[in-house]
Design a binder for this molecule. Structure first.
Ligand code: GAR
Length: 206
């Protein structure tokens, strides 16, 4: 009798800088949708550039390994990115990890992006290509947009560009504050990021 085919391990390494609610959505989806059994995919580590990122405690409480690479102690972007790649490498022995930026508020060097080309995803709280960068919600309100949203995309060397994998649209309501809009967008982020990852894993195969 043939053995059932076991997918090769696919570590998921999630990079955060703060609350980590998108990271939580990914961890929950991985469990609920049985990504390990289906794709060999498991959340191997949550890494933060900020020692005080709230999401670290939540991840540790779930039994997910955590690490901190504090950007403030490195003299340059290149030095930080080298240390970050080393930290990722500890959880990625075969160079197969899918690296997920989830509220990771650092601009990455082209060398880092190149190293993970095709397996580096980001979520951004706007309908890219509109409003790359910071303060997206305030800028969308001030521009008079009727709709805002979020985008999951492949990361390329240019900030908040790269092929779009998923988007969600929400209305901007009269009197919206950036905070109210951010909260409305965030609920959609928690749906589209796991969906994009699930599709990436399915299409990548074993
Ligand atoms: C999310 O809205 C995410 O899209 C955004 O930061 C927030 C993180 O929330 N990311 C960026 O702005 C990246 N340019 P979380 O820590 O609760 O996931």
């Amino acid at each position: 009798m043939n053995e059932p085919v076991r997918p090769l391990p696919r570590p998921l390494v999630i990079l955060i800088s703060g609350t980590g609610s998108n990271m939580q959505a990914i961890v929950r989806a991985a469990q609920a949708q049985r990504w390990r059994e289906r794709f060999g995919a498991f959340v191997a580590a949550v890494i933060s550039n900020r020692p005080d990122a709230k999401g670290l405690a939540w991840a540790a409480g779930q039994g997910v390994p955590t690490a901190v690479v504090d950007h403030t102690v490195y003299p340059s972007r290149e030095a930080f990115d080298t240390a970050l790649a080393e930290a990722i490498g500890r959880y990625d022995p075969h160079g197969r990890a899918l690296v997920l930026l989830a509220g990771f508020m650092r601009i990455l060097t082209p060398g880092f992006v190149q190293r993970y080309a095709g397996r580096l995803l980001n979520i951004h709280p706007s309908l890219l290509p509109a409003f790359p960068g910071l303060h997206t919600h305030r800028r969308a309100i001030e521009a008079g947009c009727r709709f805002a949203g979020a985008t999951v995309h492949q990361v390329t060397a240019e900030l908040d560009h790269g092929p779009i994998l998923e988007q969600a649209v929400v209305p901007i309501l009269p009197g919206d504050t950036p905070e109210a809009l951010a909260a409305r967008v965030l609920t959609q982020e928690h749906l589209i990021y796991p969906r994009a990852i699930e599709r990436w894993l399915r299409e990548a195969g074993a």
